[in-house]
Design a protein. Sequence first.
Length: 63
Amino acid sequence: MAKKCDICGKGTAFGNTISHSHKVNRRRFLPNLKKVNAEINGSLKRINVCTKCLKAGKVKVVV
């Protein structure tokens, strides 16, 4: 399973961790994903949605 939002496509970003001595290591920035039951085209599907899309109301969540 890819760490990707099914609505906006936000995925893993890459960068560096920099220590006090300026030693550089690669790191990953993972999106804040939640598995929700959403209504898509009249049917229920369990999808990964980032919290930004949930807050914006881009998904009709079925509880």
